[in-house]
Design a protein around this ligand. Structure first.
Ligand code: PEP
Ligand code: MG
Length: 596
């Protein structure tokens, strides 16, 4: 029986393969009494187990640094610290000697109380450390027991779709790229470890798929749609054929589109749009360039703050921003200042529990609340601006007062750098994200005080339609094409252009090719999207005149509901681009979740 599960598509693309359900089974350890004469042997086994584990972690760390990026490899520092801790060896050694037992039992006796204590604490950082302790503790136990890693993929060359409750950093790092074609996890969100890794490895992935592991069977055929966030177990023949066709079409289109990468996103009558990429960490830059991005339109800097007990230093920020600036040069990079709070949390920033976190102390509000933290990041961005074209963007600006408060701090930092004789780009552009309805409504006022706008539709839609963007229950009401959203977009573009500033869209709405003509016709100067979406967006822009796109956009304003808009838009896109939008595989208006 075919079953369909919905989750969060965090890495686009379609995978058709065989399920491999990873039971993250904890190694089972027995208490084995040993002769007194055997005690030294157990002690040396303990040392050896620690040494092998340490070597394995170092190897993984090196591989991750090379394939994913050095920041990500830092996660494994915590594992090394645990393995190298004298306390662990001494305590386990004392148990082996005192109780005359086997090394694995002694290790378990030492780690178990720590695990239990960490599970009880409220503090998010310490709770996260339990995952590290489990991860590295299980590795040590497996090595002592002579067992292999928690999963292996023999005989599944190029066809395994992994299912796991969660994937630890070392699980993800162990993935054999030639064996795995997709990832599904029951937990996680867009910024979870597995999501970030999957994107950088360009592996289609869906996370947050509740209860899926209980239903997936090893070696059963599955379809994973990382763009739509869908997982189909045991698909019927018709669905399988449809997805095979869609996958082939995407691959074919991808190859054909790839050739467009180097061309500008210019309409037939010469209207230029800048097509840029959204990134979360610098290791994505090769993909950004390969897909033909003309810059980075949104660099989400939250990643720098994850998985660590302390805040990143100015030097750490600076090193990363300078590398990005230099690598993208002469193309511009928009660095968004810290956007924590809401659903994005960092261990180093202790926030009080909030009733409504997405309406709480987050993003620019948090930065204004913690000017020390904000200044560190701004200083680093400014210093790095001497090495390429950087732009600063504030998230979640709600109005002019907040923008001015942020600018006062920025000007203070600039003055400080000038006094210290430290170089920075004095012309650095500063922009505001438009993602709160109050900002959209007062865009005319904001536009006088910034160099650019970037519309964050992920939040703008959530706040304008009162739909929690991560709540599955109301996902059917999360409508980018709601007439209210379209009216806001039109207003914001016109406010920007009336004041002579440029405007971008960096929310996910700009990554959906269905919206290409609409956004072009609305007059956006830049569209920033997931790198994989760039070639098709260029293709769409290059095949029309600006007037044609404006006419399409204008027509949509006559519709009263999002469904009407979507139907009309899909009809238009199908007529113009049958090769991309035709066929049942395209989940346009009919394929999306509807009203109950
Ligand atoms: C947005 O809200 O559209 C956006 C781009 O920011 P984020 O998704 O990081 O909140
Ligand atoms: Mg946002």
């Amino acid at each position: 029986m075919s079953q369909v599960f919905r989750g969060i598509g965090v890495s686009p693309g379609i995978a058709v393969g065989k399920a491999l359900v990873i039971e993250v089974r904890r190694p089972r350890v027995k208490r084995e009494p040993v002769d007194p004469a055997q005690v030294p042997f157990e002690l040396s086994r303990l040392q050896r187990g620690l040494e092998i584990s340490r070597r394995q972690v170092l190897e993984i760390q090196e591989r991750v640094a090379k394939e994913v990026g050095p920041q990500y490899a830092r996660i494994f520092d915590a594992h090394l610290l645990i393995l190298e801790d004298r306390w662990l060896v001494e305590q386990a050694g004392a148990i082996i000697q005192g109780q005359r037992v086997n090394a694995e039992y002694a290790v378990q006796e030492v780690l178990e109380p720590v695990r239990q204590a960490l599970s009880r604490v409220e503090d998010g950082y310490l709770r996260e450390r339990r995952t590290d302790l489990d991860d590295v503790g299980d590795r040590l136990l497996r090595n002592l027991l002579g067992q292999r890693e928690s999963f292996h993929m023999e005989g599944m060359r190029g066809e395994a779709v992994l299912f796991a409750h969660d994937l630890s950093p070392s699980d993800t790092a162990q993935l054999q790229r030639d064996a795995v074609v997709g990832l599904v996890t029951e937990t996680g969100g867009r910024t979870s470890h597995s999501a970030i890794m999957a994107r950088s490895l360009e592996l289609p992935a869906v996370v947050g798929v509740e209860e899926v592991c209980a239903h997936a069977r090893d070696h059963e055929t599955v379809i994973l749609d990382g763009t739509e966030g869908l997982v189909i177990l045991a698909p019927d023949r018709e669905t399988l054929t449809r997805y095979h066709a869609r996958k082939q079409q995407l691959e074919y289109v991808g190859r054909a589109l790839h050739k467009l990468g180097g061309l500008p996103a210019e309409t037939q009558d010469g209207y230029r749009v800048r097509v840029t990429a959204n990134i979360e960490f610098p290791a994505e830059l090769p993909a950004v360039r390969a897909h033909g991005a003309e810059g980075v339109g949104l660099y989400r800097t939250e990643f720098l703050y994850l998985n660590r007990p302390e805040l990143p230093t100015e030097e750490e920020h600076f090193a990363v921003y300078r590398a990005v600036a230099a690598e993208m040069h002469p193309r511009p990079t928009v660095i968004r200042t810290l956007d924590f709070g809401g659903d994005k949390l960092a261990s180093a920033i202790q926030l009080a529990a909030e009733e409504n976190p997405s309406l709480g102390l987050r993003a620019i509000r948090l930065c204004l609340h913690r000017p020390d933290m904000f200044r560190t990041q701004l200083r680093a961005i400014l210093r790095a601006s001497a090495f390429g074209t950087l732009r600063i963007m504030y998230p979640m600006i709600s109005g002019v007062a907040e923008l001015r408060a942020a600018n006062v701090i920025l000007e203070g930092v600039k003055a400080e750098l000038r006094c210290q004789g430290i170089a920075f780009d004095p012309e650095i552009q500063v922009g505001a994200m438009i993602e709160i309805p109050s900002a959209a409504v007062t865009a005319d006022l904001l536009a006088r005080e910034v160099d650019f706008f970037s519309v964050g539709t992920n939040d703008l839609i959530q706040y304008a339609l009162a739909i929690d963007r991560i709540n599955e229950q109301v996902a059917y009401l999360y409508e980018p094409l709601h007439p209210a959203v379209l009216r806001m977009l039109r207003g914001v573009v016109s406010a920007a252009h009336n004041e002579g500033i440029w405007i971008s869209m960096c929310g996910e709405m700009a990554s959906d090719p269905l919206h290409g003509l609409l956004l072009l016709g609305l007059g956006f100067d830049e569209l920033s999207m997931t790198p994989g979406a760039i070639p098709l967006m260029k293709r769409i822009i290059r095949s029309v005149t600006y007037g044609q796109a404006a006419e399409v956009a204008q027509c949509l304003f006559g519709c009263a509901t999002a469904q009407e808009v979507e139907r009309l838009l899909l009809q238009e896109m199908r007529a113009r681009f049958p090769e991309y939008f035709a066929g049942d595989g395209w989940t346009g208006a009919e394929g999306r979740p509807g009203f109950p």
